[in-house]
Design a protein around this ligand. Structure first.
Ligand code: ZN
Length: 56
């Protein structure tokens, strides 16, 4: 039982703020549930970039 229960990264603590947030978030959770950590990590980075560019 060492796996994280919830993969919270930068930008994931808040709920979706726009359609792009929702899209990235949905893709992120889908990838995480599928066990595709590489895609999940890349989506975390994508969400971080999106939030910096669209929500600051
Ligand atoms: Zn957004």
């Amino acid at each position: 039982m060492t796996a994280p229960t919830h993969p919270v990264g930068p930008g994931y603590a808040r709920s979706a703020r726009c359609a792009e947030c929702a899209r990235i978030k949905a893709a992120y959770y889908a990838a995480w549930r599928a066990g595709d950590r590489a895609t999940a990590v890349s989506l975390t980075a994508e969400m971080g970039r999106h939030q910096r560019t669209a929500h600051t």
